[in-house]
Design a protein around this ligand. Structure first.
Ligand code: MN
Ligand code: MN
Length: 295
């Protein structure tokens, strides 16, 4: 599968926007910055570039691995020493890119090696990508790179294939060996996203992360809900994006038809670093779509 030659420029353009949004976010996560402002600014940038966020900006912190975005009334600020995963997505008409990096706030440099482990895991995984390669080889390479720095890969978080309007399209890209079968096919789009930790290497569900998703079209019966579905379709969205009183009310009514995302917290409360790129599987190697564009 994967985008056609005609669709591919849109996937590349979405990924360039996501890449710049990620780097913008990395620069905004400084001591005293409000979490909610950082998320809003990243998403405003994506919209100003003509794309839409493909999911709420995740700003998971410390032992939170993923799926935290600030709620509408979030008062928190970042503090020196926080370890923040800036995970952003942009889409152009359903062509999605998903990319992340980790920042240690305020330059305390206690978790530099953990951040390096995640980035090296990502690089090692990307090096295995080519049409026909076993998916398992990616997990093997990611895990080896993270363990080489003395940390653990998180076994129950994986990368994923991406299709139009589908962030998690069905194929998992594990960060350890023994969890995948099958091979990569030419032209498909995948996200590789190692998580490294000094904890036990698995996650549990924490509190609600302020992220929701329509499982299916709710139909026209509830006009507020129908309008929200028209905006977000089946992509994840933030409660921040739908916080007008009538929208909050409609979402409460529809609670059972919505998927609700808990924050993933490291089971041993170890701290977590993540790095992620969206890549296209080429005949001879990966095209890293979300790589930095500038110096
Ligand atoms: Mn991501
Ligand atoms: Mn992802």
């Amino acid at each position: 599968m994967g985008p056609t030659a005609e669709e591919l420029p849109r996937w590349r353009a979405a990924a360039r926007i996501a890449s710049r949004a990620r780097d913008l976010g990395v620069g905004l996560v400084v001591p005293g910055a409000r979490r909610r402002d950082v998320a809003d600014q990243i998403e405003a940038f994506i919209r100003a570039e003509g794309a839409e966020p493909a999911f709420p900006t995740n700003l998971s912190r410390n032992d939170e691995a993923a799926h935290f975005t600030p709620g509408p009334d979030d008062p928190a600020t970042f503090g020196a020493g926080d370890l923040v995963k800036v995970d952003v997505g942009a889409h152009l008409d359903g062509a999605i890119a998903d990319t992340a990096d980790t920042v240690e706030v305020g330059g305390t440099r206690r978790y530099e090696n953990l951040i390096r482990a995640a980035r090296e895991g990502l690089r090692a995984g990307i090096a295995e990508v080519r049409a026909g390669a076993e998916i398992e080889a990616i997990g093997r390479a990611v895990a080896a790179a993270i363990r080489a720095r003395g940390f653990k890969p998180i076994v129950d978080l994986t990368g994923h294939s991406i299709e139009r309007y589908l962030l998690h399209a069905g194929t998992s890209i594990p960060n350890v060996p023994g969890h995948a079968s099958g091979r990569l096919s030419e032209g498909e789009i995948i996200a590789i996203e190692p998580f490294a930790t000094n904890g036990v290497g698995s996650i549990g569900n924490g509190p609600f992360g302020n992220i929701l998703r329509f499982r299916a079209d709710p139909g026209p019966a509830d006009p507020v809900l129908a309008r929200l579905y028209g905006r977000f379709r089946t992509l994840p969205f933030a409660t921040r994006w739908a916080d007008a009183p009538e929208e909050r009310e409609a979402l409460r009514r529809a609670r059972r038809t919505l998927q609700s995302y808990p924050v993933f917290v490291e089971r041993g409360h170890g701290w977590v670093a993540q790095a992620e790129h969206t890549v296209r599987v080429g005949a001879a190697g990966a095209e890293v779509l979300s790589a930095p564009v500038g110096p």
